[in-house]
Design a protein. Sequence first.
Length: 91
Amino acid sequence: MSSISGRTFTKLAFATGATAAFGDEAGWPSRIAWRERRDLFPEGVASGDPDSSSVLLWTRYPRAGEERHCGLVRNSREIARPQERLATMEM
């Protein structure tokens, strides 16, 4: 077992205490009504690198009649509002 320095221990203790003091066990409820649709994405959906203006989503989506884990299908889609282009998404 490796040892940690006193400074590292203090940082970890502070972070743990701050989490307990300021954390909320329930989180904030969504303001948008949503429903999970596992029938559409049986492999699940993941997200990464979200910020205030964008998010990256990826999933595996089996083609109709194919087995799960059949590989990825490359496809791109544009997501846009009427006034502006937001992003180009590869699927």
